[in-house]
Design a protein around this ligand. Structure first.
Ligand SMILES: Cc1cc2nc3c(=O)[nH]c(=O)nc-3n(C[C@H](O)[C@H](O)[C@H](O)COP(=O)(O)OP(=O)(O)OC[C@H]3O[C@@H](n4cnc5c(N)ncnc54)[C@H](O)[C@@H]3O)c2cc1C
Length: 478
């Protein structure tokens, strides 16, 4: 077993900022991440063999990423980084079980910061399992990071500003972006503008994406929803229909677009499984993407010494993640005696001020693209809902009829969420169906129960002695 004073799970904006703040305060944190390189989702770096993202000028987000990685690497001598190392278990209060290609081990942390980010939400709809249908994040990974075109003719659909980012990146990568299909109607977007004026910089970034898509003559279809992907063995057609305020499609007015790729995503869901395993008290917060751990002002959960930062504690974007990471790193350093009360108070004050402003902006944005009930109408009886267990909607509905009126019971009755993804793909939609069908709130429907291992680990690997065969994996210098 490895013992460390401060361990951080996740090397995205939140985890890196936490490590920077803690190292600057004199700690020697350990950061683990399942990816081969640090940066998380937004600042994901290409494999060392590939050149970095080309094509000047760098976007503001990319510049922020370069800056953050640079600051991190300046403190690298103080920070242990274990890449390609996934945490598959957390045993209370703060003992992680981690797995890598070179072995497995447990890590006991005096202070633990969870910064695991979020995953994309896609409600099941007919054809969503066809090859060629993917999340915007997957297409972004291929085009931007791996320099692989996911297809030729693409429709980008769902909700939120991330669609604009990905549509522009795919256009730049040489794909024909046929349309961006956004469920939020134009009048709603315009009505939300005053609430977004508090952060002109971010608003400007969003409008910049809109402007560049318009200049490239990419249509943005508002108040519309993708209802189906069709094709024999792969996507050939995407069916689009106008939707009402609740995002319920009007299929009588549907039309078809010929496309070989469909990127579809309706925002993000926090990755809370590690916090759940630790026994953190949870609450349901629709505006933050679903179930999140309860935290105090310094991001400490109900488990002493365990903090969550970034999208894993509630989806609020990279800038909030960065500030929360800094706050969590400072708080851990204070707790471990590296910052006295006065120094901690001085350092956290401006962070809290910036966080308040950023969270107000996010609240405006999130109110606009919060997932609405009409999407539940997309899946038909034959639509696969749980991809791992190949359960159809009809089978899930049968479970509901026979008493699966909370998500845990439904899981036991139908095997929903018992496959390798541990319910990440299916439970948000299933929980919404239960709530709609029973008239209960999402809080009453409950979070999906989680069990280790969170990700598949072979028994052969676990049968080996704990320990890493060749020491920690080294992060490649920039
Ligand atoms: C696929 C995807 C693409 C995105 N692209 C953009 C974009 O282009 N522009 C934009 O503005 N926003 C984007 N976002 C949103 C933005 O990335 C997030 O708001 C921001 O990165 C949150 O930072 P974070 O540090 O909380 O999490 P992340 O950046 O997600 O970092 C979390 C890290 O934790 C690691 N991790 C998670 N669980 C474990 C575990 N059990 N063991 C070990 N490591 C673990 C992950 O590998 C990841 O590297 C994207 C989000 C996603 C999901």
């Amino acid at each position: 077993m490895i013992r460390r004073r401060l361990v951080i799970v996740g090397a995205g904006p939140a985890g890196l900022s936490a490590a920077i703040a803690a190292a600057e305060a004199g700690l020697d944190p350990m950061v683990i991440d399942e990816n081969p390189r640090i940066g998380g989702q937004i600042y994901r770096q290409p494999p060392p063999a590939l050149p970095p993202e080309g094509g000047p000028p760098l976007s503001s987000a990319a510049r922020r990423g370069v800056d953050l990685l640079h600051r991190f690497h300046q403190l690298r001598a103080r920070i242990t980084v274990l890449t390609e190392t996934g945490a598959w278990g957390l045993f209370p209060p703060r003992r992680l079980a981690v797995h890598a290609t070179r072995g497995w081990d447990t890590i006991e942390a005096e202070q633990l910061i969870l910064a695991p980010g979020a995953y994309e939400y896609v409600p099941p709809f007919p054809g969503w399992t066809l090859p060629g249908v993917m999340t915007p994040g997957a297409a972004q990974l291929m085009a931007k990071t791996m320099h692989v075109r996911p297809g030729q003719r693409v429709v980008v659909a769902g909700t939120g500003p991330f669609l604009l980012v990905v549509a522009e990146q795919l256009h730049r990568a040489g794909l024909a972006v046929l349309a961006v299909v956004e469920t939020v109607r134009a009048v709603e977007a315009v009505a939300a503008l005053p609430r977004l004026l508090g952060h002109l910089g971010l608003l400007g970034e969003g409008l910049g994406y809109l402007y560049r898509l318009r200049r490239a003559k990419i249509p943005i279809l508002r108040g519309q929803v993708v209802t189906e992907a069709r094709g024999d063995g792969e996507v050939r057609e995407v069916v689009i229909a106008p939707c009402d305020r609740d995002w319920r499609p009007d299929s009588s007015r549907r039309r078809t677009v010929m496309a070989d790729t469909l990127c579809v995503g309706y925002g993000f869901v926090p990755r809370t499984q590690l916090a759940q395993l630790a026994g953190c008290r949870m609450r349901f917060a629709d505006e933050l993407g679903g179930w999140v751990p309860e935290v105090d002002e310094d991001l400490e959960t109900s488990v002493p010494g365990l903090r969550v930062a970034g999208d894993g504690g509630g989806v609020a974007g990279a800038l909030v993640a960065q500030e929360e990471g800094t706050l969590a790193g400072l708080a851990a350093a204070h707790h471990l005696g590296r910052l006295d009360a006065a120094a901690f108070a001085r350092a956290r004050k401006p962070v809290l001020r910036r966080l308040r402003r950023l969270r107000r902006f996010r609240a405006g944005l999130d109110a606009l693209s919060r997932v609405r009930g009409g999407l539940s109408a997309l899946a038909t009886a034959e639509t696969i809902v749980c991809r791992c267990e190949e359960l159809t909607r009809a089978e899930v509905e049968t479970g509901l009829t026979f008493g699966g009126t909370d998500i845990r019971t439904l899981k036991v009755m139908t095997r929903l969420g018992m496959g390798p993804c541990q319910g990440c793909m299916c439970w948000p939609a299933a929980a919404r169906w239960i709530a709609a069908r029973t008239g209960r709130s999402s809080a009453e429907v409950g979070p999906l129960s989680v069990r280790p291992p969170l990700t598949p680990v072979s028994l052969g690997d676990l049968a080996r002695e704990p320990g890493f065969a060749d020491g920690p994996a080294a992060e490649v210098a920039p």
